[in-house]
Every structure is written in C-alpha cells, then in structure tokens.
Design a protein around this ligand. Structure first.
Ligand SMILES: Nc1ncnc2c1ncn2[C@@H]1O[C@H](COP(=O)(O)OP(=O)(O)OP(=O)(O)O)[C@@H](O)[C@H]1O
Length: 341
C-alpha cells in the first residue's frame, strides 16, 4: 500500500471551481474519510486521485512518485462504488478474478488470489453464484473482494454502504475496518454520514465547497472543531450556537459560544455552576436511553439532554448547565474557533 500526497489540487467543470487548492497527506496504511455535505466535491476528489478525472492544477503523488499524468490503471488504485458495479452475467469467482484477468496474470495466481480474497471476506460458499443470487451485503463484499484481489496501492470507496439497511451498514462497517487493519490498507472513504466517518476513520477530512476545513482524528474534529461549520456538521443533535452574552460573557457580541446538547443537562435544585441557561422547557424528545430537552432561552431554542426526564414539565422554567470546559468559542465574524489561552 502507498502513502498519498495531494498538493495544490484544483479542479473545475467549465467555469465552476469544484476543488480549490487542496493539500493533503495520507499516510501508508491510514484510513481517512472525506466527509461533507452533498456537492462539496468529495467524489470529485476521489476520482481525481484515482485518475478517472483530470485535475487542472496541482500534483498527486503515491509514495513520493508523481502520478498526475498517469492513467487509472497505471496508478493501481481500486475503487468500490455505492452500487457495487458487479458484472451481472459473471459468477462471483469471475467478478473477483476480473481485474487479474485484465492484467494477464497466470491462471494459477488468479486461483490463489481469488481463494485468498474469498476467504478473507467469507465468500467461499458463494463463488459460483451470480450477483442477483446474493444479498446486498454479500454483493458489497464481492465488490470489495474484486478491489483487493490485485493488491492495489490504495482502496478508494465512494459511499460504499449507502445501499445497505441500517443493521447491515453497521456490520459491514466493522468488516471494512477489520479488513483495513489486517491488510494494512490505505483507504479513502467518501461519506456524508458523520457517524460512519467517526467510527471508521483514523482521520477525517471535513470538506465544504471544495475546501478542506479540517483534517484531524474523529475525537479532535468533535472536541476541537476548527470552525463553526465543522462544529455544526459533526455531532448529532447539532451543537447549540449562542451569543456568548447569553451564557454570561460580555464581549460586545464578538464571540459565539458552542455547546453540544449532550453537555447541557438540567441543573440540580439550587445549583447552577458553570455555564447556566434558563428558559421555558418547550419539548422533551425521547431517544431511547437519552432524552433531549428543548428550552427557549431568550430568542434561542437551546437543546440539552438528560437520562431521566421524570419531573420535567413542558411549560415550566428549567435551567440547563454545562461545564465551561466542554464549550467551544467561535469568532462571530470569521466563524473560526478561538483556542483557549
Ligand atoms: N461531470 C461533471 N460536470 C459538471 N459538474 C459536475 C460533474 N461532476 C460533478 N459536478 C459538480 O461538482 C460538484 C461536486 O460534486 P461531487 O459529486 O464531487 O460532490 P459530493 O460531495 O461527492 O456530493 P454527494 O455527496 O452528493 O455525492 C457538484 O456541484 C456537482 O454538481
């Protein structure tokens, strides 16, 4: 597997700039996710790395070697798509073997590699079936088998789990992670699902409008978001953003305070330490073991959380408190996070 270095990547379609001077270094064996809203350029960046799309500016290097002018085949990158793209008339065995046949590898090596991929992915019993005789999860596994069978420099996955139902997604997620660790693969995983990115990745590159906003570990993008966009995109329910005066800070409106709902809980009677927000409890939303509380503080609907909502009555006054260390502060003009002194 290879390290990947992107320098000054620019890509436009017609007059529209899609990727804007992107720089990114991906380590050998790293699992990185491109995360961002629809249309921010995640897939375009993936296709540029694979060579399926040309770039207008910049360079792409694998293990320090310039790949910018090379064809997809010469880059030896494997791609897995959302719709699997299996050949319907070919049995699983032949689907997996396909890239090796194209490379004119000997039949003996093809057999060994297909057996290895099938064993790695638990597909041994399905090798003679056609794709339409498989479940969605099995099809996805065949697509991964076909991708890894020729030991690619990196595995690029474009929303590979989107077509699976919720429980299968979670199972496939762990399988992909296990496989990546076992084979020490460099994986680039495109998703708009923040939970998927948080669970799977060594690092997440959060994108907006063709610009990488932050590249960091899941915990860092969650706890120390670079700016308000990253803070709002990561975490569910979304972080509360409030003028800091509401939280007792007087800074002439120059600062926005960000507090995650999970960090805001009802104050114990007579206690309101730290950040304290009081208003009318508008709504209690139960989400299994956790209950979200919507409290109208001034003009702002603030979301908090608690484990036990008994005794809380909509319409009554409620004080929510948070440890100030859990809050983020953002410059109201630029949206950038203000680092604690
Ligand atoms: N071949 C093309 N010609 C013109 N514009 C394109 C082309 N491919 C993509 N775009 C535009 O480029 C932008 C980025 O698209 P891209 O598919 O990379 O976004 P994305 O972040 O992967 O979105 P999604 O999550 O919806 O797949 C979009 O505005 C899209 O309409």
């Amino acid at each position: 597997m290879a390290s990947i270095t992107l320098s000054g990547i620019g890509k436009s379609y017609g007059k529209v700039d899609i990727l804007k001077q992107l720089d990114l270094s991906i380590a050998d064996g790293e699992f990185i996710s491109f995360l961002g809203p629809s249309g921010c350029g995640k897939s375009t960046l993936l296709y540029c790395i694979s060579g399926l799309e040309d770039i207008n500016t910049g360079t792409i290097a694998f293990d320090g070697q310039d790949m910018t002018e090379l064809s997809p085949r010469e880059r030896n990158i494997a791609l897995v798509f959302q719709d699997y793209a299996l050949y319907p008339h070919m049995a699983v065995r032949d689907n997996i073997a396909f890239p090796l046949r194209q490379q004119k590898v000997t039949p003996d090596l093809i057999r060994r590699q297909v057996d290895w991929a099938a064993e790695t992915l638990g597909l041994e019993a399905l090798l003679d079936r056609l794709p339409n005789e498989l479940s969605g999860g099995q099809r996805q596994r065949v697509a991964v088998g076909r991708a890894i069978v020729r030991n690619p420099a990196a595995l690029l996955m474009d929303e590979p789990l989107s077509n699976l139902d919720a429980s299968l997604r979670v199972r496939m997620r762990s399988e992909i992670r296990r496989l990546q660790r076992e084979l020490k693969m460099t994986v680039i995983f495109v998703t708009h699902d923040q939970e998927e990115a948080l669970v799977l990745s060594d690092r997440i590159a959060v994108m907006k409008d063709g610009v990488i906003q932050q590249v960091a570990s899941p915990m860092t993008v969650y706890k120390e978001p670079a700016n308000q966009f990253v803070a709002s995109f990561i975490g569910s329910p979304q972080m509360n953003f409030l003028p800091s005066a509401l939280a007792g800070r007087n800074d002439n409106g120059g600062t926005i305070i960000g507090i995650r709902p999970h960090d805001l809980s009802p104050a114990a009677a007579g206690r309101a330490d730290g950040i304290s927000l009081t208003g009318e409890l508008a709504f209690v939303e139960s989400a299994g073991p956790i209950h979200f509380l919507e409290v109208m503080v001034g003009d702002h609907m603030v979301k908090g959380a608690c484990a036990d909502p008994s005794g809380l009555t909509p319409g009554a006054q409620l004080t929510l408190t948070a440890d100030p260390r859990s809050a983020c502060f953002f410059d109201a003009q630029s949206g950038n996070r203000i680092k604690p002194q």
